[in-house]
Design a protein around this ligand. Structure first.
Ligand code: URA
Length: 211
């Protein structure tokens, strides 16, 4: 597993406002999108491209273009949905799949409640969107799900990661595949309720209001 902590003054600034308990949902959503676009830039550094012949107004030349099959972006419902717009802004031709995984708040284990993904993901570069890598249970379940469909190249984009979650992903995935985690921050720890500290609270609630 590779970890990339994206460091940039704009990321630090936006993340600080995002964490602030006084930041209301509309601003929280906007900042999430902006942060994800910045993270997407880092997350797509190894996206596959191939030579592509074009003609400019001046001459023929060879550039590069994203390879087929197209990359697939997989937001984890519900909070990952708040990251989709920010990701597809940079990757408009990506296919989008959905995975509904929810944490059981007592056992902290992930339960699959929805899935809309191609059956065959072999050879596809997959970008999983989940804002909070806390215990790692959800992300491990998501990655395993993608592996079952043949994916071997998975990049997870998260806003925050806890050391506990990073360890859990590392232990579960090992060297089995090419997994990269791109995050804006590795925070201190999890508290007894499984929240990231200092964190930003419940990302889903803050994006969409408490339901
Ligand atoms: N999920 C969240 O939304 N927040 C946390 O701090 C941990 C998991």
């Amino acid at each position: 597993m590779r970890l990339h902590v994206a460091e940039h003054p704009l990321i630090a600034h936006k993340l600080t406002v995002l964490r602030d308990v006084r930041t209301p949902s509309p601003l929280f959503r906007q900042l999430t999108e902006e942060l994800v676009t910045l993270l997407a830039y880092e997350a797509t550094r190894d996206i596959r491209t191939e030579p592509w012949e074009i003609t400019t107004p001046v001459t023929d030349t060879v550039g590069r273009k994203l390879t087929e099959p197209r990359p697939i972006v997989v937001p984890i419902l519900r909070a990952g949905l708040g990251m989709l717009e920010g990701m597809t802004r940079l990757l408009p031709t990506a296919e989008v799949g959905f995975l509904g995984l929810q944490r059981n708040e007592e056992t902290l284990e992930a339960i699959t409640y929805a899935n809309r993904l191609p059956d065959d993901l072999s050879g596809r570069q997959c970008y999983v969107l989940d804002p909070m890598l806390a215990t790692g249970g959800t992300l491990v379940a998501a990655i395993e799900y993608l592996f079952e469909r043949g994916a071997r190249d998975v990049t997870a984009v998260t806003l925050l990661a806890a050391p506990e979650g990073l360890r859990a992903v590392q232990e579960a995935i090992g060297e089995r595949a090419d997994v990269t985690i791109v995050t804006a921050s590795v925070d201190e720890r999890l508290n007894s309720k499984g929240y990231i500290v200092p964190g930003l609270g419940d990302a889903g609630d803050r994006l969409y209001g408490v339901v």
